[in-house]
Design a protein around this ligand. Structure first.
Ligand code: ATP
Length: 358
């Protein structure tokens, strides 16, 4: 992380008796793309609004650029918030919508026009200034909302589920555009999302929140490969959980046998005795005829096949294991999709395991 631009120290928020934020502490860097990820009701919007100044915190400290934000109203903070794309005014033109952010700015009309043009160029809508906002597509509206927020040159842009109104394809396009835009403008983005894939794709770091607390704060790869609890592991992507037993630096896993274990494979803390072993579906693979592996090999019977076109999910009941494991395989030309009931060999790599206390 770069030098912290935002610090959150033991931030608490009560709504009456309800404890919505429970001792949140974190630092967010200048120029960082930071996401708050969690299920509905975990407090991510409350935290974003607290940073913006729309929500007064009950205790704790929020600083922005080194200054304590207690009592500082939203319009005096170096932040700006982007709401969902429908927060634009349909009866105004694109340029008027973007210029709305400048209505109180002490600028001449010519300066405003130039600033609007720059903001529209930034989001790739340079030619659209005179269009009626109601005639825009969802993705274009989103860009207008972004331009309106960026025109005030904030240090931090706060985005509350900005892409949730878009269909999947548009959303994926806008995700890439947002990453590029953030890199170009170089300011800190804080994104609220409940979509784990979106957070993984876009963020430098992600805070995973449950019930008003940060459960884990890490970069996407660490979060995905080394989740520090079963709950985080389950929330991010797909994870198989197999019952096991840890003994003297190794773990015995039902259906897989005994394998060595390193401390990094217990990200939630050292485990001994009964445990749960997490394995991502792509870290196991089906061995087709003639294929060999340098990793471990076991066998089982295919219980379920889910075909996705580019890949297939196989649920395989391993010999000596009660529950099936999910294995994802990329579909390649010349390789058939196996059928339910087929017997198969399975390769897996002990280094991919993460182990949680039972
Ligand atoms: P979602 O993704 O559904 O928006 P969230 O993680 O953003 O969820 P918040 O909106 O931050 O969650 O709300 C956290 C909790 O605080 C929820 O249980 C919510 O009901 C409660 N809450 C939020 N705002 C208020 C309020 N003004 N008064 C009382 N309770 C509130």
């Amino acid at each position: 992380m770069t030098a912290p631009l935002i610090t959150l120290r033991d931030v608490n928020k009560y709504y009456g008796d309800y404890h919505a934020l429970r001792g949140i502490s974190a630092e967010i860097g200048a120029g960082e793309f930071f996401s708050l990820l969690g299920p509905s009701g975990c407090g991510k919007t409350t935290l974003l609004r607290a940073i913006a100044g729309f929500e007064e915190i009950s205790s704790g400290v929020i600083t922005l650029s080194g200054g304590d934000m207690a009592g500082v109203p939203p319009n005096e903070r170096p932040t700006n918030m982007v709401f969902q794309s429908y927060a634009i005014f349909p009866h105004l033109t694109v340029a008027q919508n973007v210029g709305f952010g400048l209505r109180r700015a002490a600028m001449s009309a010519a300066e405003k026009t130039r600033a609007i043009g720059e903001a529209l160029d930034m989001v790739g809508l340079g030619q659209y200034g005179s269009r009626a906002a109601h005639a825009l597509s969802g993705g274009q509206r989103q860009r207008v909302a972004l331009a309106r927020a960026l025109i005030l040159k904030p240090k931090v842009l706060l985005l509350d589920e900005p892409l949730s109104a878009l269909d999947r394809k548009k959303r994926e396009e806008m995700q890439v555009e947002l990453i590029k835009l953030q890199r170009d403008v170089g300011i800190t983005f804080i994104l609220v999302t409940h979509d784990q894939e979106e957070a993984l794709v876009m963020s430098d770091r992600i805070a995973v929140m449950f019930e008003g607390e940060i459960a884990q704060l890490d970069d996407p790869e660490v979060l995905y490969r080394r989740p520090n609890s079963r709950r985080v592991a389950d929330f991010i992507g797909v994870m198989n959980f197999l019952p096991g037993r840890v003994q003297e630096g190794s773990v015995e896993v039902a259906g897989l046998g005994t394998a060595p274990l390193e401390t990094g494979q217990m990200p939630g803390g050292a485990v001994s005795g009964d445990c749960e072993v997490g394995l991502r579906p792509e870290t196991l693979s089906i061995l087709f005829e003639g294929e060999t592996t340098r990793a471990r090999e076991t066998e089982g019977v295919i219980d379920e096949v889910v075909y996705y076109g580019d890949m297939t999910y196989y649920d395989v009941r391993l010999d000596g294991s009660a529950a099936p494991v999910r294995i994802s395989m990329r579909n390649v030309v010349g390789r058939e999709v196996l059928a339910v009931g087929a017997r198969t060999r399975v390769a897996w790599d002990p280094r991919a395991m993460v182990v949680f206390g039972a």
